[in-house]
Design a protein around this ligand. Structure first.
Ligand code: PEP
Ligand code: MG
Length: 548
């Protein structure tokens, strides 16, 4: 590919203006357009990817109505500044203040504020970004790319992203992964000085950008790309067969989805069903929550997309933490991931949960094998309250029971797994949160990111306990966190006895094909060794990563 520099060029703006009413009107119109654009982008992201990126973009839209930010901008306009000048000064001051906060999560929002702010500025000046003139195979290098930059690029021309800031679990890196674009963060800042058009290779496997590759290297890369494409084709051709290990153990490979479109894609990729419908994605990017009928229709549409016997696990609304809904205002919390999120929101506002539960129960007759699951369960008390709410709605609707399971994403649940297994019909292990809560490391923290590894033996022991407890009661256990698609984790998880891996749609064929190469017996031995390691690195050394 070739290097393309993405610079956040300063837009030239006039400093002063004479008609403050006109400037205010211009600013409001630009804010409205940016808001519309962001919401449309959130919708299209929700359709393209399975994960939370739509929510991040929706959160950008939220910044645009922050009273403090608007106040800063309008006071500057009232003092005689032009709308673009006032707006830029306002969002930059606001972002600087956030960046200076000791709380890294808040500080990382500064980049989001700048992203949203720049979008409005471009609306004001008619200066759109979106480089539509990208050469084929462009390797975009930038200090930082925002999720909305990444999402608005022409994907067919981009060979990869390389940024000098950010980590592998930054939002843009996650977005790149689910769009299937290689991305490397934290590269040497000297790449920012390279002239446009410099030939380069982005080696996502080693995490490096090689400049001016030799003819030999180019041949190797082209070869590797060809092999990868061939392998993907092979994997897809076999994806519609079940995934059996060489010694005959079946592992369900199902998909994580966020929309009916994802469900269609999942089927086209050979998924054995849906292990996680993140229902919050149906709530993002819209002005109000979907009502009972609308939700029932959406769930039924997903159910009808699958085969009648295939599982469909619908998770009730998981908001709070880093996922916010504009029409569900929640008080700011010091520690949002330890606050009101997941089922806690549902129990605190039972009308929302009740509406959703009714919609799910009504959709249960539409086909597929529908099951309901609660997020962020930490105590038996919360689980029982949620289950009682379901039972009350079920009786009032006069419909049959559906299996009710829980996410295992808080260590307390894994530790009390034997008790939970008496009452829950199944477990689905959310390794993203389980890792964050076990290691007490924010899953989105830019500095801690490399250490937040679900293959940490502490996390693996909790998974092992949960699987054992579930199987003792003949309950089924799945994995629905990102670990389930990590090629180094798959043999360990299979060896720990999980029944199902629920993974992003594009990775379904590869995971199935990997399972077919494994022997369950060997995976069990490997898993026992992994449980005795003292760190994630040790576990990873047991399973060398395979390069193409
Ligand atoms: C998880 O925590 O692993 C999970 C699957 O849920 P989410 O990523 O939506 O929090
Ligand atoms: Mg979670």
């Amino acid at each position: 590919g070739t290097i393309v520099q993405v610079r956040r060029d300063d837009v030239a703006v006039p400093a002063d203006a004479s008609d403050k009413h006109e400037e205010r009107r211009l600013l409001n119109a630009a804010l409205d357009r940016a808001d519309l654009h962001l919401r449309a982008l959130a919708d299209s992201l929700a359709e393209q990817t399975d994960a939370g990126h739509a929510g991040i973009v929706a959160a950008h839209a939220e910044f645009l109505s922050d009273p403090e930010l608007l106040d800063l901008a309008t006071s500057a306009i009232d003092a005689g500044r032009s709308a673009p000048f006032a707006w830029r000064a306002a969002y930059e001051a606001y972002a600087d203040r956030l960046a200076g906060l000791p709380n890294p999560v808040l500080a990382s929002r500064a980049a989001d504020v700048r992203d949203a702010g720049l979008r409005v500025l471009r609306e004001l000046t008619g200066h759109r970004m979106g480089r539509q003139d990208l050469p084929l195979g462009a390797i975009l290098v930038a200090e930082d790319l925002t999720p909305s930059d990444a999402a608005s690029l022409d994907r067919t021309r981009v060979a990869g992203f390389a940024t000098t800031k950010g980590g592998s679990s930054s939002h843009v890196a996650m977005l790149a992964r689910s769009l299937d674009i290689p991305a490397i963060a934290g590269i040497d800042p000297r790449v920012l000085d390279l002239p446009e058009g410099t030939p380069a290779i982005l080696d996502g496997f080693r995490g490096v950008v090689r400049i001016d590759p030799s003819p030999d290297e180019r041949v190797r890369v082209t070869e590797r790309r060809r092999r990868l494409a061939e392998r993907r084709e092979r994997e897809l051709a076999e994806a519609f067969e079940p995934a059996l290990t060489t010694d005959g153990r079946r592992v369900g490979v199902v998909a994580n989805i966020g929309s009916p479109q994802d469900a269609r894609d999942a089927t086209a990729h050979g998924a054995d069903g849906v292990g996680l419908l993140r229902s919050e994605f149906l709530f993002f990017g819209r002005p109000t929550a979907p009502g009972e009928d609308e939700q029932a229709a959406l769930y039924a549409e997903v159910a009808r997309t699958l085969d009648p016997g295939q599982p469909l696990v619908i998770r009730t609304l998981d908001v709070g933490g880093d996922k916010r809904l504009p029409y569900l205002p929640m008080p700011r919390e010091e520690n949002p991931s330890l606050g009101e999120r997941g089922i806690r929101v549902g129990l605190a506002r039972p009308e929302i949960l009740r509406t959703q539960v009714r919609a799910i129960l009504r959709a249960a007759s539409a086909g597929a094998w529908l099951r309901m699951m609660f997020p962020m369960i930490a105590t038996l008390r919360d689980f029982r309250r949620a289950r009682e709410l379901v039972e009350a709605e079920r009786r009032s609707l006069g419909v049959p029971r559906v299996p009710i399971g829980i996410m295992v994403e808080v260590p307390s649940v894994a530790l009390l797994a034997d008790r939970f297994a008496e009452e829950a019909d199944f477990f689905s292990i959310g390794t993203n949160d389980l890792t964050q809560y076990t290691l007490a490391m924010d899953r989105g923290h830019p500095k801690l990111a490399p250490q937040v590894d679900g293959l940490d033996p502490a996390v693996l022991r909790l998974i092992a306990d949960a699987v054992r407890a579930a199987h003792e009661r003949d309950r089924w256990v799945g994995i629905c966190g990102g670990l389930g698609a990590d090629p180094q984790a798959v043999p360990v998880l299979v060896g720990l006895g999980v029944d199902e891996l629920s993974v992003t749609v594009p990775t379904v064929p590869a995971v199935k094909s990997q399972v077919r190469e494994l022997s369950f017996g060997q995976c069990q031995e490997l898993a026992q060794r992994a449980l005795r390691c003292d760190a994630a690195e040790g576990v990873r050394r047991l399973i060398p990563a395979k390069e193409m």
